[in-house]
Design a protein around this ligand. Structure first.
Ligand code: DGY
Length: 317
């Protein structure tokens, strides 16, 4: 059996696979594998560990000779044509739950960074501009008593709500499905998306990317935002019409926006660099030692399960 891992991951993935007698091929460079090389090296694999930077589309899937499982090293799987993989009898798995806390922590950090100008303040000090205490230096906003709108109340949205509740906020949320798990943990009101946009002082986006959520926030509804809202997105960039958001940021219709993800990742709209009311992160929601170790471990375990004739642990379908 052979498994192709499309990027170097925490060692545990390779170690587990090798322990199970599996031959492992790993793309050795720390950057996305060129497409031709990806197709060449994955062709004869029985299992693949993929990253969100690889397009697992029809061409990729048709190129596989006898692959039984594609284990995505991410909770999101919008990079994979899941229906097509399914039609070819290939299992697709992801890494849910184990990165929830890391992503929720990062989201709260991003909200606080936006609310209190943490990044600009740091830059200010480093540039030697701090010459003494000033009554109006980097005035921010408290979280207490603010209305927080959670868009997408799944695992991560729920954990963010739990954390923000401790700051004395009021939580409202929008969720397409009837999954009201969030209300088990915090008192929260389910509202329509438009109502959430109109009422929230702080908005945090936690949506998986799909045809239903693509540009779910766009010029037709972003116009409802309160003046001085804080908006952060740690899910997928494509759920927000980025051009509209940039325009609003330039017009100061938004207090501060925090991005961990971008519409055309890794390309970033250059206009964002010129704005001082944005905090820009390089898609690091799950980037903790703990989460990345567990993600590597779970991806490998999913592959091992399928290649041993068992059901995967966290299948997508
Ligand atoms: C995911 O898992 O989907 C994140 O975006 C990367 O960890």
């Amino acid at each position: 059996m052979k498994v192709f891992i499309t990027r170097k991951l925490p060692d545990v993935a390779e170690q587990l696979l090798v322990k199970h007698g599996i031959v492992v091929d790993v793309y050795e460079k720390d950057r996305p594998i060129p497409r031709r090389e990806l197709l060449r090296r994955s062709k004869d694999a029985d299992g693949i560990v993929s990253l969100l930077t690889e397009k697992v589309d029809k061409q990729f899937i048709d190129n596989l000779k006898h692959c039984k499982v594609i284990a995505n090293y991410a909770v999101g799987y919008d990079n994979i044509d899941v229906d097509y993989a399914k039609s070819k009898g290939i299992f697709v798995t992801n890494t849910p739950d184990i990165l929830t806390d890391s992503t929720a922590d990062l989201t709260v950090a991003l909200i606080l960074a936006c609310a209190r100008h943490i990044v600009r303040s740091d830059e200010f000090v480093r540039k030697g501009k701090y010459v003494g205490w000033k009554p109006k230096l980097f005035l921010g906003t408290e979280l207490k008593d603010k209305v927080v709108g959670i868009i997408g109340a799944g695992r991560i949205g729920t954990e963010v709500a739990k954390r923000l509740k401790a700051f004395g906020t009021k939580i409202i949320y929008f969720n397409n499905s009837q999954n009201n798990k969030i209300e088990k943990y915090v008192s929260a009101e389910r509202v329509t998306l438009n109502k959430l946009l109109k009422k929230s002082d702080i908005i945090s986006v936690h949506l998986p990317l799909s045809s239903l959520t693509y540009h779910i926030l766009n010029k037709n509804n972003l116009k409802f935002l309160k003046q001085n809202v804080i908006l952060v997105n740690t899910s997928r960039g494509e759920v927000i019409e980025e051009d509209t958001l940039v325009k609003m940021l330039k017009q100061r219709k938004i207090f501060v926006a925090g991005f961990d993800v971008y519409e055309n990742e890794p390309k970033i709209n250059k206009e964002l660099f010129a704005l001082d009311n944005v905090v820009l992160l390089p898609h690091i929601g799950s980037a903790t030692f703990e989460a990345r170790f567990r993600m590597a471990e779970l991806a490998a375990k999913n592959v091992i399960a399928v290649l041993s004739g068992k059901k995967p642990i966290t299948p997508i379908y």
